[in-house]
Design a protein around this ligand. Structure first.
Ligand code: PLP
Length: 362
C-alpha cells in the first residue's frame, strides 16, 4: 500500500499504526461483538477508553493534579466563545496577543459577547511573520486573562517561550502544536486544542484547565457551555464523540510508544530542519515567510520568486505524490505541515524534491 506524503494543515496525517489498529478493531472492539462506535457511552468498555485517553495525556504532558483534562465538542472555535463567556466578569478585560487569523477570530468572539478586550501586542503590520517579544506585551493587573495562539497554523510562527502573567492567567490555543514538545503546564490557566492536527481526528477538543477556574463560570452561562459541567460529569454530560476519543486514546498510546513527547520533539526538530535548510541553502530561490526566531516546527511557510513559479512547484509536487502543500490564501505560496504523525522520510522526500526543483528551475 502506498501512503501519500501528507502535508495537510488540518485535518492532517494520522500515524499508520493508529489507523491499522482502528481498522483491525472496527467491527469487533475487544470481543464485544460491536464497534467502539456502537458501545453505550455509559458502558464500562467505553469508559475505560475515555479515562485512559485522559490519563495518557496527563502522563505525556506531565499535567499536575490541580489540572483537569476535559473533552468538549465544537472545535477550538467554540473555545473562542466559551473562554470570555466563562471567565470574564464585569470590569475584567480579555487581553489578546494577535499573531494570526486564529487570534483575530478568538478576540472577535469576545467582542460579539460584549466583553471588554484589549490587545497586548500585534504582529499584523508585517503580515504576521513573527511572534512579539515578551517585552512588547502590554498586560494590566485588571486583565481577566492573557490569550495567545502558541502556533500559528496559517503563517507558520510559533512561541518559543511563554509569558508569565498575574495568577498565571495565561490561556493558550495550542490546536496546532500540542503534544509536539514538553510544556510548562504550570504557566497556564488553560490550554485547548482541536484534535485534528496532533491528537487525532476532528470532532473533539481537548481542554486542560486549572481546577480553580472551574469555580468562575457565571450563572447565566448555559450548562453545555460551562467548563464545570464537563468537569462534574467527567466529560460525559451528554454523548461525547466516542470514536474520536477512541482515536485520540490510540494516538496517545502511539506517542507513548515513540518514547513520549521528548522523543517526538527531537524528531520534529529534525524534520523541520530538513525543510528549513532547503529554504536557507537555496540562495533566495525559496523564501521563508516567518522571521527566523519565530519559525514554527509544525507549519513551514515559504514562497518562490513569482506566483507562476509557485504554481509550477505545487503542480509538480502534486504529481510527485506530495499532498497539501498549498499555502493559505492569506500568505500564498506553499506550506508544509510537519505534525507529529508526518514521518521523517516524508520530510526527507520533500527536501529532496525542493532541491531537485530548484536545480531545474533556477
Ligand atoms: N486555532 C488554530 C491555531 C487552528 O489551527 C485552528 C484550525 O485550523 C483553529 C483554531 C480552529 O479549530 P476548529 O476547526 O477545531 O474550530
Amino acid at each position: 500500500m502506498k501512503r501519500a506524503y501528507n502535508f495537510n494543515a488540518g485535518p492532517s496525517a494520522l500515524p499508520l499504526e493508529v489507523l491499522l489498529k482502528a481498522q483491525e478493531e472496527l467491527v469487533n472492539f475487544q470481543d464485544t461483538g460491536m464497534s467502539v462506535m456502537e458501545l453505550s457511552h455509559r458502558s464500562k468498555d467505553y469508559e475505560a477508553v475515555h479515562n485512559e485517553a485522559q490519563s495518557l495525556l496527563k502522563q505525556l504532558l506531565q499535567i499536575p493534579d490541580n489540572y483537569e483534562v476535559l473533552f468538549i465538542q465544537g472545535g477550538a472555535s467554540l473555545q473562542f466563545s466559551m473562554i470570555p463567556m466563562n471567565f470574564l466578569a464585569e470590569g475584567q478585560v480579555g487581553n489578546y496577543v494577535l499573531t494570526g487569523s486564529w487570534s483575530e477570530k478568538a478576540i472577535k468572539e469576545a467582542k460579539i459577547l460584549g466583553r471588554a478586550t484589549s490587545i497586548a501586542a500585534s504582529a499584523k503590520e508585517t503580515n504576521y511573520d513573527r511572534i512579539p517579544k515578551l517585552s512588547e506585551l502590554n498586560v494590566a493587573p485588571e486583565d481577566g486573562y492573557l490569550h495567545i495562539t502558541s502556533n500559528n497554523t496559517i503563517f507558520g510562527t510559533q512561541w518559543k517561550e511563554f509569558p508569565t502573567v498575574k495568577d498565571n492567567m495565561l490561556i493558550a490555543d495550542m490546536s496546532s502544536d500540542i503534544l509536539s514538545k514538553p510544556l510548562p503546564i504550570n504557566n497556564f490557566a488553560m490550554i485547548y486544542a482541536g484534535a485534528q492536527k496532533n491528537l487525532g481526528p476532528s470532532g473533539i477538543t481537548v481542554v486542560i484547565i486549572r481546577k480553580d477556574l472551574l469555580e468562575r463560570s457565571h450563572d447565566q452561562v448555559p450548562s453545555v457551555l460551562r467548563y464545570d459541567t464537563f468537569s462534574k460529569n467527567n466529560s460525559l454530560y451528554n454523548t461525547p464523540p466516542t470514536f474520536a476519543i477512541y482515536m485520540l486514546r490510540n494516538v496517545l498510546q502511539w506517542v507513548t510508544d515513540q518514547g513520549g513527547v521528548e522523543a517526538i520533539a527531537k524528531l520534529n526538530e529534525d524534520k523541520a530542519a530538513l525543510i528549513y535548510n532547503a529554504i536557507d541553502e537555496s540562495n533566495g530561490f525559496y523564501k521563508g515567510h516567518a522571521q527566523n526566531d519565530s519559525r514554527s516546527l509544525m507549519n513551514i511557510t515559504f514562497n518562490l520568486s513569482s506566483d507562476e513559479l509557485s504554481k509550477k512547484f505545487l503542480q509538480e509536487a502534486k504529481d510527485a505524490g506530495f499532498v497539501g502543500l498549498n499555502g493559505h490564501r492569506s500568505v500564498g505560496g506553499c506550506r508544509a505541515s510537519t505534525y507529529n504523525a508526518v514521518p521523517f522520510e516524508a520530510c526527507e522526500a520533500l527536501r529532496n524534491f525542493m532541491i531537485k526543483f530548484q536545480k531545474s528551475n533556477a
